[in-house]
Design a protein. Sequence first.
Length: 66
Amino acid sequence: MQVFVNGKIQDVPESTTLRQLIEHLGLGKALCAAEVNKKAVRRSEQETTVLRPGDVIEVVTLVGGG
């Protein structure tokens, strides 16, 4: 199925969770924030958030500094 990740079309298997997508993107250990269809998803909810065709996902990594 196709979803939009940071503005680009991405093919993912049916029943993919947000956590699985984040790990697929290589960000599994990074401190990041994510939203699905403009709704923020808590890290504790990423494993149970199942993606659907056409979902719009934004994933941003958080970087410290000053």
